[in-house]
Design a protein around this ligand. Sequence first.
Ligand SMILES: [Zn+2]
Length: 155
Amino acid sequence: MSKVNVVSAEIVPRLRLQLVASESISHGEIIVQGCEEEVQDHRTWRTLQVDESRHLRNEFLNFVDHSCSPNALLDVDKLALLAIRDIAAGEPVTFFYPGSEVELSQTFECQCGSSECLRSINGGFYLSLEQMRWTRDKGYCTAFMQRQFERLLGD
Ligand SMILES: [Zn+2]
């Protein structure tokens, strides 16, 4: 598990690691395939939420940044990160954290540069109803989070 060494980035704030496409990726393609052995029962700032009590920790997914204009989404049934649009070589792979996580272990101020940037980022349960609807309509949420939003929205 030599990749685990890169967690030193946590204690060297100026060193930042992110997942970047090394070649172009087509809409719908699997970017990272996770597996059941990587599913744990608790959230950390490195996991992706699968459902109420399951969280995926994968050595590559660790380094997928948030964006308010993302290009990827976790398929919670396949445990796979999929491209939700074409991604050019050299482009960072991103997903919309509130569309994946009920809450975040650490909130942060987003600087993604999107014209639709939400600025203050927490989990999906902290979105306004309008933002939940926007997330769902944009297709930025996992099937699990879509069910949560639709319950809260009453749709
Ligand atoms: Zn943003």
